[in-house]
Design a protein around this ligand. Structure first.
Ligand SMILES: Cc1cc2nc3c(=O)[nH]c(=O)nc-3n(C[C@H](O)[C@H](O)[C@H](O)COP(=O)(O)OP(=O)(O)OC[C@H]3O[C@@H](n4cnc5c(N)ncnc54)[C@H](O)[C@@H]3O)c2cc1C
Length: 1089
């Protein structure tokens, strides 16, 4: 226990051992805990103390424990110290507000001196300075027992319930005159709001002596808003939301205390209405329970044949133990250099000068690499505008690579990179948003349009027309392994080995060869595995690999480039943000007969694959619905943001969300339920899509019906309505969404694939193919295929790496197609080999595999074969607006249920049921893993992941602190995935279907369940029925749309407002608009009454 060396650690740790509790830490007035206690230890001690002492004494302990449950995560709490959290005085400390409000004391020591100060003293000046002298250390913290008539509470709201710093938090304490509700002493502290923890001192003083009633509540909220001045937003955070949280927290405290007063004296204190009770309970994270249902293989299948069985991912154990080797795990190459990129800090500017003199003087610095060091192509023209390795004269986004430093270590390279001085001259215009691009007519060509039926005529004959708009934010790939590469010049014949984390080695080879001006046959790309890619490791990786290769070429040394998370987020783009405008014509019975939609796609500064993404978004606009008259346009905006690129789902997650939004709007307008509108308009019989491709929707309907049934949708809908009647501040919502996910890449040659299989004389098999393992289990499945074809156990087959030296010109592993196409190639290679072995097997049918192989070698039969798959016959004629761009369709449906807290906007994903038609799964364990993973990533896009930029185009959200992807707490508490039984697919290997992407879109069932919950709030409050929600639907947006007196108080200012309405059941809100400046667009849709 005495191992730490922190200030006061020896004494502190000694003091807080729970075993020694009776000797020391529990004094007459409270508990004294050493400053060096880990937060986990503090949590344990408080938990034990609470169990041992009367409730009345432990209210402070309970409030501190409340914060400790969600502060950081388990790992953080295990290492972060109690003292460190306090003394840092960060505004984000979850402990300081509650410790300060509870009159905790700090025991300080300096040479020969000890003193005790109140906790609140350290925030006295409100800017982070304090009364502790530099010589003093914090020895321990005294947490007092609560007294009779004293109530304490702590609150926090963060972008994610766990492992996320708070947006706003609070600690509150009230002490009443004995036996009354007259305030004797009140403390309110807030965190997360300004530079440090702040006290609403004036408010507390003013309210002392007042009764604990609604008048006091009203005044308290007004005073708090007046006293705690929040500075304008500097990092994209919404100040109005923080203010709303401040008063909402106080209201929650008011309810808690009112309820406690009732418990104390039910005759005098009425407590709170029953339907308010549930808001006093916070959402808790429980270990998710998951159910996975799939069809077992038939009884006639050989036990050795692994196809169709839930075989574990071949690297699963290695992933978990950390033994799996990624690029940065590769051992150093002799003389290796590290590369750090120097990136543009301007969104659009002319480069006036680059001064590298200071950088070159840096310790360990070897060289600075610029555009002048590129031997051949610096620009790549895949379309009219180029993709660029190094900025030449001009920068077109923040994060564009201008030059790079190579040094003997990562640290030295980064230190020197920071010393490169670049002088800029700003250029106009700086275009960051879609709106700005439209204003400046800044687009990439071509613009795309699809049309079927007669849209104009249809609008003439419909009962109703609605028009709407939705904004969908971007998303970062946030792969576990950031962009990584190691370029190793081989010292002769201009050969270079490239170890790259990419999903497309052939394009890396092509780009690097072109940039160095050497033939492709000198560049060997190797990929063992990739730590996640999701579409982000194609062209972007090609440019970064070229940077490393140019540096390696110039220095003749191996060069390693591993982007930090921050650099990765700043340099690379992500999923395309969309703005969609739509006009929908429908009949009163819910039939939608006309849709006219326009998609604006933020492509960023270079084309990448943005036009393809836009095309796919149009091809998939119908999702599961037959719309007889449909017209849609897609425009790719050229902006000064990093170039956006491919991302799982490739335009469908955005397009599908738009479609489901107008479906929901039609439901709102007709008064029918969204599921009814979905059913009415769903494809029902053999039909043609809007681009005239044939479609059999039988399995779509089966998925929908099974999902309805398995989720018990109807009875749960009733239960939710009942829950919502009985709960005012908590509401539940449910939504069921169907999906048709077309499979294909629209271009035949992009789905060709090859494999290479060697059999060695000991009978072992080495398999390779053009597909990339990025965690999705392709190699496991390919070994299953080879095992079936060669009729040997999987253990006899090994996969080493994907390489341009073994399988040339392989297409990218994209679009859920990896298993489909490479599986065919592996099968082909194995069948070739087996054919060669047939005569030998025939001669010795009882022989073993090893006997046959040995014999084959003796007979000079080649034991190596390539396999090939030509690709699918897919095409699209954009002139005619018709074609056959997809080979088959994956169908699915998901039903999700959520619960929201209307006071904070927080929500919990309660349950999700997914039914997915993936044909005959080759590996149900791997495939269901893909569905679950994609679904949760979809939850991220639709409800959490928010990118914030400054008005100069600088990304604020550049790491896990600011950018939140889903965590365990976001997985639905009950999560069931069932694979549709008896589904066949004649177009893919062993009747399977590609499944990497489809599950992603189903994450939007959570978005619509949240919308359903918000609708219930608005209906109860008499707020306007039609309202628009954007993606991601964050806590902030949920809170703003659950308009109440608090949001109104913040919006309108603080004078002359009465808080009575929210505590009345039939409250009719007089609010005119919801939300603050951040929701400027939403405001127009939100006129309430
Ligand atoms: C990923 C992550 C997530 C987090 N999430 C949250 C969160 O949600 N909520 C939250 O409240 N906090 C959060 N934290 C902060 C965390 O709880 C700790 O407060 C933080 O890490 C500092 O504690 P430490 O033990 O590391 O302190 P240190 O880094 O060791 O110390 C911090 C400062 O205090 C000084 N110091 C430490 N002990 C003493 C002492 N006894 N006397 C005088 N000076 C001292 C140190 O010299 C240093 O200047 C998070 C931290 C991380 C890394």
């Amino acid at each position: 226990m005495f191992t730490q060396s922190k200030h006061g650690a020896r004494e502190a740790v000694g003091m807080c051992s729970w075993k020694q509790r009776r000797d020391f830490p529990l004094g007459r007035r409270g508990l004294t805990l050493g400053a060096a206690c880990s937060l986990s230890l503090v949590k344990d001690i408080l938990t034990n103390a609470i169990a041992e002492f009367p409730e009345e004494k432990t209210r402070v302990f309970c409030a501190v424990l409340q914060q400790l449950r969600t502060l950081g995560g388990e790992q953080i709490r295990n290492v972060a110290s109690f003292g460190g959290n306090i003394i840092s005085r960060k505004s984000t400390s979850d402990l300081n507000p509650v410790l300060a409000a509870s009159n905790c004391m700090l025991n300080l020591a300096s040479r020969g001196q000890k003193r005790q100060i109140p906790m609140s003293d350290i925030f006295a000046d409100g800017v982070g300075n304090n009364t502790i002298t530099p010589e003093e250390v914090l020895v321990s913290i005294h947490i007092p027992y609560s007294r009779k008539g004293e109530y304490v509470a702590a609150f926090r709201q963060a972008p994610r319930r766990e492992n996320a710093l708070p947006i706003t938090n609070a600690g509150m304490r009230v002490l009443f005159e004995e036996g009354t509700d007259i305030i004797k002493d009140l403390s309110i502290f807030y965190g997360g709001a300004v530079l440090t923890t702040v006290c609403a001192k004036q408010t507390c003083q003013t309210l002392t002596g007042r009764h604990w009633n609604e008048q006091m509540l009203d005044e308290a909220c007004r005073l708090v808003l007046k006293e705690i001045a929040l500075p304008g937003s500097t990092d994209g955070e919404n100040v109005d939301y923080k203010k709303t949280l401040m008063v909402s927290f106080f209201y929650r405290f008011f309810l808690e205390v009112s309820q406690s007063l009732k418990t104390m004296d039910p005759c005098h204190f009425p407590g709170i209405p029953m339907e308010y009770g549930s808001v006093l309970k916070d959402f808790k994270t429980r270990m998710p329970q998951s159910i996975q249902i799939y069809q077992d293989v038939g009884p006639s299948q050989s036990p050795q044949d692994p196809v169709g069985r839930p075989v574990m991912h071949q690297s699963g154990i290695k992933h978990a133990t950390g033994e799996a080797v990624y690029i940065d795990d590769l051992p150093p190459v002799d003389g290796e250099l590290f590369l750090a990129a120097v990136t543009s800090s301007r969104a659009h500017a002319k480069i006036v000068s680059i001064d590298t003199s200071e950088a070159l003087k840096g310790a360990g610095v070897f060289d600075v690499i610029t555009v002048h060091d590129v031997p051949a192509a610096n620009e790549f023209y895949f379309s009219d505008d180029p993709e660029i390795i190094f900025a030449r004269n001009e920068v077109i986004c923040v994060g564009q690579i201008v030059c790079a430093v190579v040094a003997d270590s990562d640290v030295h390279a980064k230190q020197a990179a920071a010393k490169v001085k670049i002088e800029y001259e700003m250029l106009e215009p700086v275009i960051l948003t879609i709106e700005e691009a439209i204003k400046h007519n800044s687009f990439f060509e071509p613009k795309r349009k699809l049309e079927q039926g007669n849209v104009e005529e249809a609008f003439e004959t419909v009962d109703n027309i609605i028009e709407g708009e939705i904004c969908i934010g971007g998303q970062k790939h946030f792969y576990m392994e950031t962009q990584s590469m190691l370029a190793v010049p081989k010292g002769e014949d201009e050969e270079m080995d490239l170890y790259v984390s990419t999903q497309h080695p052939a394009i890396i080879q092509e780009m690097v060869a072109a940039s160095l001006g050497v033939p492709a046959n000198r560049i060997m790309c190797h990929v063992k595995r990739v730590g996640g890619a999701f579409g982000g490791k194609i062209l972007r990786t090609g440019l970064l690999a070229s940077v490393a290769a140019v540096a390696a070429n110039k220095t003749s040394r191996a060069v390693r480039l591993i982007l930090s998370r921050e650099d990765d987020m700043v340099i690379t783009g992500g999923r395309h943000p969309f703005i969609a405008k739509y006009k929908v014509g429908f009949m009163n019975d819910g039939r939608i007969t006309a849709v006219d939609a326009k998609y604006y796609v933020n492509g960023g500064c270079t084309p990448d694959e943005s036009v393809l993404v836009a095309e796919v978004s149009l091809l998939k606009i119908d999702n599961a619905y037959k719309i007889p008259n449909l017209r849609c346009w897609a425009y790719v905006c050229k902006t000064n943001l990093p170039s956006n690129t491919a991302f799982r789902g490739f335009g469908f997650p955005q397009s599908g969300l738009v479609t489901e939004t107008w479906i929901t709007d039609v439901a709102d307008k007709t008064g029918l339920s969204p599921e009814k509108i979905r059913e009415i308009n769903m494809y029902k019989k053999n039909e043609q899509t809007h681009f005239k491709q044939k479609l059999d929707p039988q399995n779509l309907i089966r998925c929908w019906n099974e999902c309805m049934e398995k989720s018990a949708y109807c009875s749960r809908r009733t239960a939710i309505n009942e829950f919502n009647k009985q709960n005012y501040w908590k509401k539940r919502g449910i939504a069921i969404v169907p999906m048709k996910f077309p499979f294909g890449v629209s271009t035949p040659y992009l789905s060709q694939a090859a494999a290479l299989v060697h059999i060695y004389t000991d009978g072992s098999v080495l398999l390779t193919h053009g597909g990339i393992e990025m965690g999705q289990g392709i190699h496991t499945k390919m070994i299953q295929v080879a095992s079936r074809e060669l009729n040997i156990p999987m253990s006899s087959i090994h996969f080493c790496e994907t390489s341009t030296t073994t399988v040339p010109n392989a297409c990218a592993s994209i679009g859920s197609a990896g298993t489909d196409v490479n599986g065919m190639a592996v099968k082909d290679a194995c069948q070739t080999l087996l054919k060669r072995l047939q005569p030998i097997i025939k001669k010795n049918p009882t022989g073993t595999w090893n006997d046959w192989i040995k014999e084959a070698f003796k007979q000079s039969v080649s034991l190596s074969a390539t396999g090939y798959f030509r690709g699918y016959n897919e095409y699209m004629d954009w002139e005619k607006g018709e074609g056959h761009p997809f080979t088959y369709f994956i169908f699915g449906a998901a039903c999700s249920e959520v619960e929201i807290n209307c006071l904070t906007g927080d929500h919990k994903n309660l349950r999700t049921d997914i039914i997915m038609d993936i044909g005959c799964s080759i590996n149900p364990a791997v495939d269901i893993g893909q569905i679950e993973g994609a679904f949760v990533q979809g939850i991220g896009l639709y409800t959490m992941e928010e990118l914030k930029y400054s008005s100069e185009g600088v990304l604020y959200t550049r790491g896990p602190d600011q950018y939140k992807i889903p965590a365990v707490c976001d997985i639905p508490e009950q999560f069931s995935v069932s694979l549709l039984s008896s589904s066949q697919n004649p177009y893919a290997i062993y009747a399977s279907k590609g499944i990497g992407e489809a599950g992603f879109f189903l994450g939007c069932s959570v978005f619509f369940a949240l919308r359903d919950a918000v609708t219930s709030v608005r209906n109860e409050r008499g707020l306007k029925k039609t309202f628009a929600l954007n993606s991601p639907l964050t806590a902030e947006q949920i809170r703003a749309n659950c308009a109440d007196a608090f949001t109104e108080m913040v919006r309108e200012g603080i004078g002359g407002f009465s808080l009575k309405p929210p505590v009345q059941k039939n409250y009719v809100c007089h609010v005119k608009h919801v939300g603050g400046a951040f929701w400027g667009k939403v405001l127009n849709h939100h006129s309430l009454l």
